[in-house]
Write a protein that binds this ligand. Structure first.
Ligand code: ADP
Ligand code: MG
Length: 832
């Protein structure tokens, strides 16, 4: 057993603020040191605290300019090397939200070079597996998320999760030796780097999909990505096992902070309770007189029990944001690290004789010896097998089928009758199997629901909900359409003003992308060479997040996508991906060509030798190749070199392509989540606008200005502008949601309408009245179009309240919808 002190590193997140609040140097012993200088204005409030400099020692401090590869080389590579030698390893990132934990552990969302510790460690592991010819390695992966002291499996292949609670729940079990086991956490084999990375991205995407603005899982949960490495020397029954935990902890921010100060800092409480328990464990461990270590207080400390004070080489990365407002949190983070650095773990190589393997080996040997003996002695047999023998055959076949070892054998002795019987049983198994799967695959089609006649109450309310949803949808779409028109006309007037295209009045309309253009351009940019699996995953994610999309929502989504702030990054990655594909393609061709050339040269050498032999020119005493052969060989070596180079580049390209594809997938999921939130927000506002006008029935009625101020139409409310929507607590939910996602304040019209705080209210009032009075004051759309008749006298809702677009086709569609809606409502009312 070896003592290993937990290593601590610090990483300073790049910032634009220039304040010199920190400094890197070395202490008297040459240890790297991070010093924070608290500015007077922050420290002043604390009478008891005169201290201005806070100094912390680390094994290494990574400054703002450090690259991901620097971190990998200095922090993770040594840990991974130890894992390869059979020691457990843990790397965890600790710091406040936004300080770069996820960036460090998993990586950034935009560039390949921003890959974090997990993908780099995976790459490195497979590289080492390949190099080590003496051992065979197995790699398995699990990915656990702990939220609110409950564990969730991020890699369950069966789940169709759209929220965290849908994921399989992971439980804790303790065996008699007090070892912790995780129940229900799936462990997946990964036989290649690609498979391992796919698992990482699957987990990350699930994490993203499951996150809601309310649970803010990414800041409040802990994620533990575990790589299990098993290895065995060829032919040996000794196996080595090691686990590598890569941990992205919840944000370490605390409540009760109001500045930097000794007392306050120690009194401040973690927002996240399990981090509090983590601190308790660390305090207990760093105090040598303490016997009891309170691991059991939380799931996280239970899971990381070995990493803290147990058999594990553990490393911590303290991530710090060094803006003035984050100074106190950064100081807390470093203080925590200093405590952690006092913990000594007892580590050892996890090697064991594989008992199962030994037993199997011995059993096989005994069986073979028995068979040989029977052959040699020519044991007498009767013609029929006894019942006992039949039973034994049956069992042997079952055992054989259950045995997961590919080398497992079915051993029944050198008796042809038994062998034949076993084959018969096997055949029966094979023939039976499809029938079983058939049953699973084709469940009995469900009987159609009985016709319950006119609508029931439940159905009525369902239909009402549907109508409400459609109402919202129309409102949102009409608003979007208006903005599109406004944009087009703005562009047009701009062009006209410039005088350049004054004659071409339709130019702006041509340039403005229509829905169809948007949809088409998306089609055309979609990479054709994208593998089906990734497209399928994307479709699945889309369905999970957005559900079945109506045509209207789909169109809104296209526009949202077009105006999405991160679109540029997505497009850039697409371009990169295309370039990579192109390079891979030409490299692939080159590799093939080179291979052909090598084969050709080989043929030439053989031919040349044959000719020499035929001519009797080969000198058996001098096997040295002649000049011509030497030249051919030199050519071949050159081609081989070029082959190797291209092949290696192709391999790295492949990883890069995979990574880029995953980044794209992830950003698409993010886009969908953002759209979903924006949509919910708009629907809420639209609903409020309607209920402000009275009951559902009068949803389309022109609201009075008073009502309308209370509930403005969707386009006027931006989540960032919370004063505008003074509505329900539900809308504040979305405001806080938007707050947690910086780019959420999505405003489709933000390009054409820069926010003007001063005149906002007035503008709102004006836009509101024009919004609601638009239909009557504008020329009416054609009464009949495409067979739809506008319900002028059909119901009690005057058409004046219906938000129309001015586009005859769209308006006809809206009116058709309104009519259908009235019919349903009529039926519903009549039914009561
Ligand atoms: P955390 O996980 O601690 O909440 P993140 O890793 O999500 O923080 O980082 C917050 C933001 O800062 C992200 O947009 C991330 O890309 C960026 N970021 C963090 N660290 C770095 C860094 N070293 N270099 C560049 N960007 C970074
Ligand atoms: Mg994070």
């Amino acid at each position: 057993m070896v003592k290993h002190t937990i290593q601590i590193f610090a990483r300073v997140k790049p910032t634009r603020s220039k304040a010199g609040l920190y400094e890197l140097d070395e202490d008297d012993e040459g240890q790297p040191r991070l010093t924070f200088t608290v500015p007077r204005d922050l420290a002043d409030g604390f009478i008891n605290n005169k201290k201005e400099n806070y100094k912390f020692r680390f094994k290494q401090v990574f400054d703002q300019t450090s690259k991901q590869d620097d971190i990998f080389q200095a922090v993770s590579k040594p840990v991974v090397d130890n894992v390869l030698s059979g020691f457990n390893g843990t790397i965890f990132a600790y710091g406040q939200t936004g300080s770069g934990k996820t960036f460090t552990i998993t990586g950034g969302a935009e560039r390949y070079t921003d890959r974090g510790i997990i993908p780099r460690s995976i790459s490195y592991l497979y590289e080492q597996f390949e190099k080590d010819t003496e051992r065979t390695y197995d790699l398995h992966i699990s990915y656990l998320e702990i939220y609110n002291d409950s564990g969730f499996d991020l890699l369950d292949p069966k789940h169709e999760a759209s929220k965290l609670e849908d994921l399989p729940k992971v439980g804790l079990m303790e065996d008699s030796d007090q070892n912790i086991h995780l129940k229900n956490l799936s462990v997946h084999p990964a036989s290649s780097e690609e498979e391992a990375l796919n698992l990482l991205f699957l987990g990350d995407t699930n994490r993203m999909i499951a996150e809601t603005p309310m649970n803010q899982a990414s800041t409040r949960s802990h994620c533990i990505f575990t790589i299990h490495v098993t290895s065995r020397e060829t032919g040996s029954a000794t196996i080595r096992r090691a686990k590598l935990h890569l941990v992205d902890l919840a944000g370490s921010e605390r409540v009760g902070k109001s500045g930097v100060g000794g007392t306050l800092l120690t009194e401040a409480k973690y927002i996240n309770l399990s981090l509090h328990f983590l601190e308790q464990v660390i305090i207990a461990l760093s105090d040598k007189s303490r016997q009891h270590i309170p691991y059991r207080n939380s799931m996280m400390t239970s899971v990381l029990r070995d990493s803290l004070g147990g058999n594990c080489m553990t490393t911590m990365i303290a991530t710090c944001s060094i803006e003035k407002r984050n100074l106190d949190e950064s100081i807390s983070t470093c203080r925590f690290a200093q405590r952690v650095a006092m913990i000594k773990n007892d580590v050892m190589v996890n090697e064991e004789l594989d008992p199962k393997l030994m037993i199997q080996k011995l059993k096989r040997e005994i069986q073979q010896l028995k068979e040989e003996l029977a052959m040699a002695t020519g044991e007498q047999r009767t013609d029929d097998l006894t019942d006992e023998d039949l039973q034994r055959c049956q069992e042997a076949v079952e055992q054989y089928l259950e045995d997961t070892d590919p080398d497992g054998i079915l051993s029944i002795g050198a008796d042809m009758r038994k062998i034949q019987t076993c084959f018969r049983i096997l055949k029966k198994h094979v023939l039976e199997k499809p029938a079983v799967t058939e049953v699973i695959r084709s469940p009995h089609p469900e009987a159609p629901p009985p016709d319950t006649g006119p609508y029931s109450d439940a159905e009525n309310s369902k239909l009402k909900d549907l109508v409400q949803q459609r109402d919202n949808e129309i409102n949102i779409l009409v608003n979007m359409l208006k903005k599109e028109k406004k944009r087009a006309s703005n562009a047009e007037s701009e062009l006209t003003n410039m005088g350049k295209f004054a004659v071409r009045t339709s130019s702006a309309a041509d340039d403005a992308p229509s829905y169809n253009n948007v949809a088409m351009s998306r089609e055309s940019t979609g990479s054709r060479s994208r593998p089906n699996s990734s497209r399928r995953r994307e479709e699945q994610a889309k369905h999970k997040i957005l559900g079945d999309m109506s045509k209207g929502r789909q169109e809104a989504f296209e526009i949202f996508r077009r105006d999405y702030p991160q679109k540029e990054t997505i497009e850039q990655n697409k371009v990169h991906l295309k370039q990579h594909y192109a390079e891979a393609k030409s490299l692939g061709e080159k590799v093939n060509k080179t291979r052909k050339k090598i084969n050709h040269l080989k043929g030439q050498i053989e031919q040349h030798r044959m000719q020499l032999a035929m001519q009797g020119l080969v000198d058996p005493n001098n096997p040295e190749p002649d000049e011509e052969e030497q030249e051919l060989r030199a050519d071949m070596e050159e081609e081989k070199d070029s082959y190797k180079q291209s092949f290696n580049r192709l391999k790295t390209l492949k990883t890069e392509i995979e990574h880029l594809q995953h980044l794209l997938e992830k950003s698409k999921v993010k886009l969908m989540k953002d759209f979903e939130m924006w949509w919910a927000e708009q629907a809420l506002v639209s609903q409020n606008a309607q209920s402000a006008g009275g009951s559902m029935k009068s949803a389309w009625r022109t609201p009075t200005p008073k009502q309308s101020r209370k509930a403005p139409p969707p386009d006027l409310v931006s989540p960032g502008n919370s004063t505008l929507s003074q509505s329900s607590s539900a809308s504040s939910l979305y405001q806080s949601a938007a707050h947690s996602l910086p780019q959420q304040s999505y405003h489709p019209a933000s390009h054409s309408q820069p926010p003007q705080v001063g005149h906002h209210r007035q503008k709102v009032a004006t836009q509101l009245s024009s919004f609601y009075s638009q239909p009557p004051s504008q020329p009416q759309p054609p009464v009949e179009k495409n067979g739809y008749r506008l319900p002028r006298s059909a119901g009690n809702e005057p058409k004046a309240g219906i938000p129309l677009t001015g586009d005859s086709k769209a308006d006809a569609d809206i009116m058709a919808f309104v009519k259908a809606r009235q019919n349903i409502l009529k039926q519903a009312n009549g039914n009561r």
